[in-house]
Structure formats: structure tokens, C-alpha cells
Design a protein around this ligand. Structure first.
Ligand code: AMP
Ligand code: ZN
Length: 467
């Protein structure tokens, strides 16, 4: 079996066939950089990261573009409220976005284009749409004419007849010919303050949907492979992206559309507007380690809503402790002779892992295969069948799994800030024990317990982890 996933365009699970053999071009709608992204946003970005990692595991040469929406109503409002330039305002949140995504192990995309750096491409697209009669200009603004694009609504499965055709509503968009038409370019208004571009379309700024069409076409070309985002982007954002790009290219914008479900809190979507959100920093402050955050956010299938529960941390810790124990067992294993057995286990579990990931990125099942591998490797350690050759194979297998899962290597990258102090206390305890100074040894141990550190003495070495 080879890779297949659910394509929102057809509402079917389809085999994945790339546009160019061996290569994948994918695009993710990135963050709107007006505030620090919350872990709901990051769940969506993690799904792109998971696919990116898995495509690389399969050996594809992947170009992954994630845009940064650094111009929209919210960024303009934020910059103007603080009295700073849009650039300075959004720079701050872009830096925080990168900081947070690195903490939870989201791999680097090939590029992070900013909308504000692609104004000429957007203006050109509007001009082309106007020439093709897919768009019109009114009072310095440009609108996409939905009537001119018969397949409008296909991605979102909209019944266009049911939408109020031709009705004019009393809104600030009264100048549109049809209420369904959407803005490509917005005329400068007082509230925009200093944020504006002087272009052949007049003084104004681009609409949000246009940004992604212009940047994805520029960097990934026509009919690229995979477009990703959260389910709330299907309509209107992605539907509008399709209309804009295809109105110019007459080719499918992307061939596969992958949408991930939301992270919920008490049954409601985590969102900035509801105020029911946490950032990665909030989670670290609550005592979650980076690997625990990543593990928790990726749990469940990407097409199922996941409830965020702070209380889930205990079971995440337990699950991760099984991995951690396996790593320690392998490190200290001193047996031999288990190579044929281990090879069988590796082949079987790796096949299961791959079958699961191939099946619409069935992460929970893929993880189950890795857990089985860990259990079996532990058994071989206990049976003294793991020596240096076996250890090398088992460790390489775990590394391969982790190139997709991405949580095992995480806390190595973000070292525990207290590691040096903890190790010093362990040293004090061990020295005290050697000199039979039990009171001193107990004092050091109590201090470590108070800090939430668990110690395990193995093969003459003390291993520590957080509770
Ligand atoms: P924004 O920064 O608002 O443009 O959103 C960035 C991405 O986060 C989009 O793909 C949204 O669909 C996604 N998103 C927003 N809220 C959630 C949530 N609660 N769970 C998962 N994804 C979300
Ligand atoms: Zn987008």
C-alpha cells in the first residue's frame, strides 16, 4: 500500500500521486501575526509538520511553503493602536511564532513568505482577474465576481442558488455588485492609518484571500500537490483562493486539500475570541515539557476533534516514561545474541507503522506500532539479548520512528533549565552514600523529591526524570 489521504475536494480518501515524480510541493496557511499563536493553531501546524516529516521519511524531496499573514484588519488595528509600524508590530509576533514552533518540534518549512512582501504579485493577479472579467473595480476596491466562476462553491460544497443572489445589503460593502462577491483589494480607509500601498489599483491594501493565491502560485506553481489548513479555512478562505488562482491559471490550484479538525476546550473551539486558549509558554509555565505538549497536541486522528484537557498530562507522562525507560534499558543493555529476533521485530513494527501512516495519516495506530516495538525491545533487554550490534539497530529504528513522531528528540534540544542543579544534587547524594553519610544523602534526595524529580539507580548510574 502506498500513501493515501482524505481529499476535501472529492470528500474521498485518494492515493497520493505527486505532480513531479519524487517531489512534493505543499502549502500551509500560516499564522495571522497579530498575537501569539495558541495551541489550537499549533495543532493545525503540527498536522502539516507530521505530513512534512512523513513525506521526508518516505524519501520525497519536499518544498513546504507556510505564509505569514502580516496584513489584515487585526494586524493593522494592533499596529495602529500601539502607534508603531505594521512591520515592527508583526515582526514581534513572527519571532514568537518561530520560538514556539521550535519548542514543540515543528520542522522548518522551506520558506515563510510574508504577505506584505508580495504586493506587486497580488496587484498583477487582480489586474489579470479584471482583464479576464472575473473581477471588477468600484471606488478603489476590487471584487471577485462569483457569477463569473461556475464551479465556485465546489470545495466547500455550497449551494450557490441558496445564497442570496444579487441582493444588496446595508453594510460597508454596499458597493459590491452581488453580496456574495468578495474583496480582492481594499481601498484605503481612515482606520488603516499609515498602512497603505500606492499601486496601479490605487491606494489600498490586499484582501486576505488574495495573499495565499499570489504566494502559493509564485513559489509552488500551477497545480501543486497539497494545500493544508484548519477546517474553518475551507470556506470562505480556500474556496476564494481557488476562485482567484484558477480564474487566472485555468488549472487546479492544488490537487489535494487536507484539513485538520479543531482543538476544543470543554467542547468549544479553542479561539482567541472566546478567550479559552493557552499558548506554548502558558503550557511550559504549567509544567508541561515540550515533548509532552507535542505528544498531547498530536494525539488523536487529524480529522477528529480533540479535546484539550490539562488533566491529560499524567497519562502523557506515563506513555512517555515507557519510551524513556526503553532508551535507558538499551543504553545499559549488556547481553548478546538477539539480532535475528530483533530484526524480525523491527521489520514487522516498521511495516505496521508505515501502513498506518499511509492510511490517511493514522497517527494513533502508527504510535501503537511504536509502543509495541518499545515493549518488545524492553523484553529483549530483560532477556539479555541486546548487545552492541542489537543496540545500534534498536536505536536507529527508534530514530527513524522519531523522525516522524518528533517528540523523543525534543527535550534534548530544549534542555531542562534546572538540569545542572539537579545533576549537582544527585552528585551530592551519591557522594554522601559512598561515605555512608545517610543524613546528607537523605537531605539531597528530599530536595530532589521536592523539585519533582524521580531517581532510578541503574547499573551503577543514577537516571533522573521529572514526575
Ligand atoms: P490564524 O492565525 O487565525 O490565521 O489561524 C491559523 C490556523 O490555525 C488556521 O489554519 C486555523 O484553521 C487554525 N486554527 C484556529 N483555531 C484552531 C483550533 N482551535 N484548533 C485547530 N486549529 C485551529
Ligand atoms: Zn491561506
Amino acid at each position: 500500500m502506498s500513501l493515501r489521504f482524505f481529499n476535501t475536494l472529492s470528500r474521498k480518501v485518494e492515493p497520493f500521486v505527486p505532480r513531479d515524480t519524487g517531489k512534493v510541493a505543499m502549502y500551509t496557511c500560516g499564522p495571522t501575526v497579530y498575537a501569539r499563536a495558541h495551541i489550537g493553531n499549533f495543532r493545525t501546524f503540527l498536522v502539516s509538520d507530521l505530513l512534512h516529516r512523513y513525506l521526508k521519511y518516505l524519501g520525497y524531496d519536499v518544498t513546504w511553503v507556510m505564509n505569514l499573514t502580516d496584513i489584515d484588519d487585526k494586524t493593522i488595528k494592533g499596529a495602529n493602536a500601539e502607534g508603531i509600524s505594521l512591520r515592527d508590530y508583526t515582526d514581534k509576533y513572527i519571532a514568537l511564532f518561530h520560538e514556539d514552533r521550535k519548542i514543540i518540534g515543528i520542522t522548518d518549512a522551506t520558506m515563510y513568505p510574508r504577505a506584505t512582501e508580495h504586493i506587486p504579485e497580488m496587484v498583477k493577479m487582480v489586474e489579470d482577474l479584471v482583464s479576464a472579467k472575473h473581477a471588477y473595480l468600484v471606488d478603489g476596491s476590487a471584487y471577485f465576481k462569483i457569477d463569473s466562476f461556475p464551479s465556485y462553491g465546489q470545495l466547500a460544497r455550497l449551494n450557490m442558488e441558496e445564497m442570496r443572489v444579487g441582493e444588496r445589503v446595508a453594510s460597508d460593502e454596499y458597493e459590491k455588485e452581488d453580496v456574495r462577491d468578495f474583496a480582492l483589494w481594499k481601498n484605503w480607509e481612515e482606520v488603516d492609518g499609515p498602512v497603505a500601498w500606492d499601486t496601479s489599483l490605487g491606494k489600498g491594501r490586499p484582501g486576505w484571500h488574495l495573499e495565499c493565491s499570489a504566494m502559493s502560485l509564485k513559489y509552488l506553481g500551477k497545480g501543486f500537490d497539497i494545500h493544508l489548513g484548519g477546517v474553518d479555512l475551507i470556506f470562505p478562505h480556500h474556496q476564494n483562493e481557488i476562485a482567484q488562482t484558477e480564474g487566472v491559471t485555468h488549472e487546479p490550484l492544488a490537487r489535494y486539500w487536507v484539513h485538520s479538525e479543531h482543538l476544543l476546550v470543554d467542547g468549544q473551539k479553542m479561539s482567541k475570541s472566546l478567550g479559552n486558549f493557552f499558548t506554548v509558554t502558558d503550557m511550559l509555565e504549567k509544567g508541561w515539557r515540550p515533548r509532552e505538549i507535542r505528544y498531547g497536541l498530536l494525539s488523536g486522528h487529524y480529522r477528529q476533534r480533540t479535546n484539550f484537557q490539562a488533566s491529560g498530562l499524567d497519562s502523557i507522562k506515563q506513555a512517555l516514561a515507557r519510551f524513556e525507560a526503553c532508551a535507558v534499558n538499551l543504553e545499559h543493555a549488556d547481553g548478546k545474541g538477539g539480532l535475528p529476533e530483533l530484526r524480525d521485530i523491527v521489520a514487522r513494527r516498521e511495516q505496521e507503522f508505515r501502513d498506518a501512516m499511509d492510511d490517511d495519516l493514522n497517527y494513533p495506530e502508527a504510535l501503537a506500532a511504536v509502543f509495541n516495538f518499545v515493549r518488545e525491545a524492553n523484553t529483549l533487554c530483560q532477556e539479555h539479548k541486546i548487545g552492541s550490534e542489537e543496540r545500534a539497530l534498536a536505536v536507529a529504528t527508534m530514530k527513524r520512528f522519531d523522525s516522524v513522531l518528533g517528540f523523543l528528540s525534543l527535550d534534548e534540544a530544549v534542555a531542562d533549565p534546572e538540569a545542572a542543579e539537579i545533576e549537582a544534587l544527585i552528585e551530592v547524594r551519591n557522594e554522601a552514600r559512598k561515605s555512608k553519610n545517610w543524613a546528607e544523602a537523605d537531605r539531597a534526595r528530599d530536595e530532589l523529591t521536592a523539585r519533582g524529580i524521580i531517581l532510578e539507580d541503574r547499573a551503577g548510574k543514577t537516571i533522573w526524570r521529572r514526575k
